[in-house]
Design a protein around this ligand. Structure first.
Ligand SMILES: *Cc1c(COP(=O)(O)O)cnc(C)c1O
Length: 333
């Protein structure tokens, strides 16, 4: 196997670089899920991370990896929200400024949060790929430095620090459940976990609606899928037809990718709230959703489940908790 773009050593360096700037989030046992699954199930409460998602790890590592001159020019990204928040926060913390481009599908609560964090927000197009065109223009014409949401070695190494925290706390972990969209989180976590424990399984979870990485892995090359609204809005967007980092890593390192319906994702959010007392967004609930769905098959050892974010509109969250219909249609094809 040729060397992958991000190694365990890169992730260890990222952990040293971002130390003190991001939280080491708690890893807690879930009594109800452990009982239900017949193996110990631990939840990595990464939705409690500063800015509400793991994205702060990658964004902070990427900003700190720039030269002072590059930081002075400012950073730019296309984002469905959480990367934008994280980059806005990370840039500000290091005395830089972030410009965030996002599609019209991004919920209002995420847009205003990013503005509040001091970023310059630009709303463009109907998809992340269209927002990316504006990013490319700002890089070419205004000299801003792009920090992509996932397809970047420094970002992947930063996300991988979450995997280091899991293996340090769970030396017997058999399966790690990772939310999957562009694959930055899954690639980094898988490189960290398998770098330490090659026998551990890492499984990517995503929604049935518009699963770009799954379609790409099946096709053997990056492919485009139609972007549609989902309860797991943070999992939307393509992986980029010119994907350079995460596609290769996910293909090499993920043991499986499992797709969840809107109803299953809603059930995951409800479980997180009712049984674990945690407010988790749709994308953050796919690991619990997979466990509840029974789609994982037989589990033969301790499971770590990453709860990746909590940035959900609270009105939407309340409707999901109350079971007031699935917001984006009951798994309409
Ligand atoms: C970005 C995000 C994901 C998916 O991460 P990728 O690196 O794009 O695969 C999952 N959950 C949340 C909450 C996110 O913000």
């Amino acid at each position: 196997m040729t060397a992958l773009p991000v190694t365990l050593a890169d992730i260890e360096q990222a952990a040293a670089r971002i130390e003190g700037r991001v939280l080491h989030t708690p890893l807690v046992m879930s009594a109800t899920l452990s009982e239900r699954c017949g193996v110990p199930v631990d939840l990595k409460l990464e939705h409690q991370q500063t800015t509400g998602s793991f994205k702060l790890r990658g964004a902070t590592n990427a900003v700190l990896s720039l030269s002072p001159e590059e930081r002075g020019r400012g950073v730019v990204a296309a984002s469905t929200g959480n990367h934008g928040r994280a980059l806005a926060f990370a840039a500000k913390a290091e005395g830089s400024i972030a410009t965030i481009c996002m599609s019209r599908l991004v919920p209002d609560n995420k847009v205003s949060e990013i503005r509040r964090l001091g970023a310059d927000v630009r709303i463009v197009g109907r998809s992340q790929d269209e927002a990316q065109v504006e990013v490319d223009r700002l890089v070419a014409e205004d000299g801003l430095v792009m920090v992509p949401p996932f397809d970047n070695a420094a970002v992947v190494a930063g996300q991988g620090t979450l995997g280091l925290e899991i293996v340090a706390a769970m030396p017997d972990v058999a399966t790690v459940l990772v939310p999957l969209s562009g694959g930055g989180l899954a690639a980094g976590v898988a490189a960290a976990v398998k770098g330490r424990f090659p026998q551990a399984r890492v499984i990517g979870l995503t929604m049935e609606r518009g699963a770009a990485m799954k379609a790409s892995l099946d096709a053997g090359r990056p492919v485009q899928v139609e972007e549609v609204a989902s309860l797991a809005d943070s999992l939307g967007g393509g992986i980029g037809l010119d994907n350079a980092v995460t596609f290769r890593m996910c293909r090499a390192l993920l043991d499986d990718v499992i797709l969840l319906s809107e109803a299953e994702i809603a059930a995951g959010m409800r479980h997180a709230y009712t049984h674990e007392r945690e407010v988790v967004e749709g994308a953050g609930a796919v690991g619990i959703a997979a466990l509840l769905s029974g789609r994982l098959g037989r589990l033969d050892g301790p499971v770590a489940v990453i709860l990746s974010g909590r940035n959900v509109d609270m009105g939407l969250h309340r409707r999901v908790i109350n079971g007031e219909g699935e917001p984006f249609g009951e798994d309409a094809a």
